[in-house]
Design a protein around this ligand. Structure first.
Ligand code: GLA
Length: 674
């Protein structure tokens, strides 16, 4: 019988094929010492399981599964289809991915396959089937892990096979009617009219800007193809290994917009995510917090698994910063604070050879007499102490709407300004809300918004009518809706919503702009009205007129001098705000301060710019997580039992600099719904 997942799982990728048998024995002893209870096995094992066509060698994996089980360690078993072996690409070079400018991506790295390749799929499904048949009832099996980071290196393939698959996808989208494709793609422009689907290609490198809707549809198609690779393997696993949950690891991070994870999440039994900090960036913990909330959004609010992060440096950034003492534990707890029920790492033992030999692991090259190892053991203790919070989740009153399609469309070429970056506003507003203790759900625009008091809509460039109606209904019913610049500009086909900007949201917001006035590189403008002294803004301005809204803040200079920069309009029982420029951090904080005051949205105790506070709520209890990223002790007015130290607190919790705390609250805080 397969087993269940550990409550708050701890462990990581385990690649025993890289090491001799003596190391395996040591691995299991040290895993026990570190409290590892879940490992991900066989992610890159295809060439070991099927060394040549028709030859299967499962003996070594049988042994690993049995030995891990005997050591009390559960397994997240990969289907091993992530990286095709050399014999396969050698036989079938037509399965290799091709870039936009026609270069073949040759084997020698990993993920050397076109996501639309029937050859790849046939062989991958054979392997997946054999894995499921062999291990479906193994007592160590807790989870199936399809492929690995689908789309990490091959998200968009432009080969002839992809072109044919793209045409099939387009025929389905446009009801086999090329006239509908012509309408959607606006092909009256530049003589692009197609007479037959056979003429349509992926947006390969062209003499100048490719058709934007062609690019957008290709982004949708590419995401769907990769998801399909997951779905076909998942269906095999569901059939042959019923009852065992199936996941694939997402890459919800700023650098990876290619996969529409908010849609993908619906296909997974349990969502898992890989997250890596950009080590050279200040305040990476804020990007981490946003990504973790977005990951919870992909899981529709349910607990999810942190499948990978790093104990210290990675190997793939230009300069790979080692984590500071305590940073790995803070990162780990932060993921848990935002809803993770597992803290796993890439990888168990730092490699000796290969491209990732300088990537940190749970067990470093230098062995166990290291600060890194001691922190690993300490993290395991902290997770054990907090284990009772597993299964609980957030119940927040504020939401940020997020949409991968809007991201793709917003960042296409030939737009008013390359400085409009989609995740930028979302992260900044998330940061400002978090600093005031406002817990935030990051959700797709199709989410039911009726339980939120505050709904923030950053740069939702592309929006459908249903989302506009849902936001309008939320405001009418009493919510405060805040929309930022370059939102509501186009429909799903990337066609302008006519009549003035911000097209889809003009009526809700009571404003109308006739022209964008993007700011130049390095240019900033002064904005007055948000508090007693002025703040600055950059990137964006518009010649905004009021059409029912009041001006809250005004530009003091720049191309929109004297015009409104922030507006507010009463709508039914609620309010709609428009923020027409990119406020600096001080301006964003003032705006958020006012929104928090006006909406009365719940704020958690102790939160500050460098003190992250979240609450997870279970059936009978709630837990307050505090992560102190600062250099001063963090006082928190909370009552209950602090689980990391095992002490009771009565309004007098002080979390040390760089420390973490998890408090089981003694009573449900006043005013919270059951
Ligand atoms: C990804 C992969 C891992 C490893 C790490 C390195 O997350 O899934 O196999 O390459 O990156 O950071």
């Amino acid at each position: 019988m397969p087993t269940s997942l550990p409550a708050l799982a701890f462990g990581g990728d385990y690649n025993p094929e890289q090491w001799p048998a003596a190391a395996h024995r040591e691995d299991r002893e040290l895993m026990r010492e570190a409290g590892v209870d879940l490992v991900t096995l066989a992610v890159f094992s295809w060439a070991w399981l099927q060394p040549r066509p028709g030859a299967w060698e499962f003996g070594w994996l049988d042994e690993q599964m049995d030995d891990l089980h005997a050591a009390g360690i559960k397994v997240d078993l990969a289907t091993a289809t992530a990286s095709p072996p050399p014999w396969l690409t050698h036989r079938h070079p037509e399965m290799l991915p091709v870039t936009q400018d026609g270069r073949t991506l040759w084997p020698g790295g990993r993920q050397s396959f076109c996501p639309s390749s029937p050859v790849y799929r046939e062989h991958a499904l054979e392997l997946c089937t054999r894995m499921a048949e062999r291990y479906h009832d193994h007592p160590a099996l807790a989870l199936w892990h399809v492929s690995n980071e689908l789309g990490c290196h091959n998200a968009r393939c432009y080969c002839d096979t992809s072109a044919a698959a793209f045409r099939t996808w387009l025929r389905a989208r446009y009801d086999d009617d090329v006239a509908r494709l012509n309408d959607a793609w606006g092909t009256a422009f530049w003589s692009q009219r197609y007479d037959d689907f056979a003429q349509v290609l992926p947006p390969r490198v062209a003499p100048t800007h490719a058709n934007p809707t062609q690019q957008l549809d290709f982004a949708r198609f590419s995401s769907d193809q990769l998801l399909d690779n997951f779905v076909v393997e998942r269906d095999v696993l569901h059939r042959l290994s019923p009852g065992v949950p199936v996941t694939t690891n997402f890459m919800v991070m700023r650098q990876t917009p290619q996969m529409d994870y908010l849609r993908w999440g619906r296909e997974l039994d349990v969502v898992s995510n890989d997250h890596y900090l950009i080590g050279e960036e200040d305040g990476g913990h804020r990007e981490l917090a946003f990504s973790a909330d977005l990951t919870r959004g992909t899981a529709d609010g349910r607990p999810w698994l942190l499948m990978e992060h790093s104990t210290s440096a990675v190997n793939w950034q230009p300069r790979n910063r080692a984590k500071l003492p305590g940073e790995m534990i803070r990162n780990s707890l932060s993921h848990v604070a935002h809803g993770a029920d597992a803290v796993l790492f890439f990888q168990w033992r730092a490699s000796r050879a290969g491209a990732e030999k300088f990537h940190s692991g749970l067990l470093p090259h230098a062995g166990t007499d290291t600060r890194q190892w001691r922190e690993v053991v300490e993290l395991s203790r902290v997770l054990d102490a907090a284990e009772e919070a597993a299964g609980s989740t957030a119940r927040n009153q504020a939401a940020i709407l997020f949409d991968y399609e809007a991201w793709w469309a917003c960042e296409l070429d030939s737009h008013p300004s390359i400085d409009v970056r989609y995740r930028d506003r979302a992260e900044d507003l998330h940061r400002a809300l978090s600093a005031r203790g406002v817990g935030v759900d990051v959700v797709h625009p199709s989410t039911d918004l009726s339980s939120y008091r505050l709904v923030v809509v950053p740069t939702l460039y592309l929006v459908d009518d249903a989302a506009v109606a849902s936001l309008t209904a939320a405001a009418e019913a009493g919510a405060t809706v805040v929309i930022t610049y370059f939102s509501g500009i186009v429909d799903e086909s990337d066609h302008i919503r006519l009549g003035g900007y911000p097209g889809a949201f003009r009526d809700l917001l009571g404003v109308r702009a006739t022209e964008f006035l993007p700011l130049l590189s390095g240019q900033s403008v002064v904005v007055e009205g948000l508090g007693s002294d002025p703040v600055t803004a950059d990137t964006w301005a518009e010649d905004l007129e009021l059409a029912g809204a009041e001006a809250v803040a005004t530009y003091a200079d720049g191309p929109a001098a004297g015009l409104p920069a922030v507006t507010r309009r009463a709508v039914g029982e609620g309010t709609a705000w428009y923020v027409a420029t990119r406020l600096d951090p001080a301006g964003t904080d003032r705006l958020v301060e006012r929104l928090v005051d006006e909406t009365g949205v719940e704020t958690l105790p102790g939160a500050a710019d460098l003190v992250e506070v979240t609450r997870r709520v279970g059936e009978d209890a709630s837990w307050l997580f505090v992560i102190n990223h600062g250099e001063a002790p963090a006082p928190v007015d909370v009552h209950g039992r602090e689980l990391v130290t095992g002490r009771d607190v009565a309004g007098d919790l002080r979390v040390p600099p760089g420390g973490v705390a998890v408090v089981r609250e003694s009573a449900r805080p006043a005013g919270r719904e059951a």
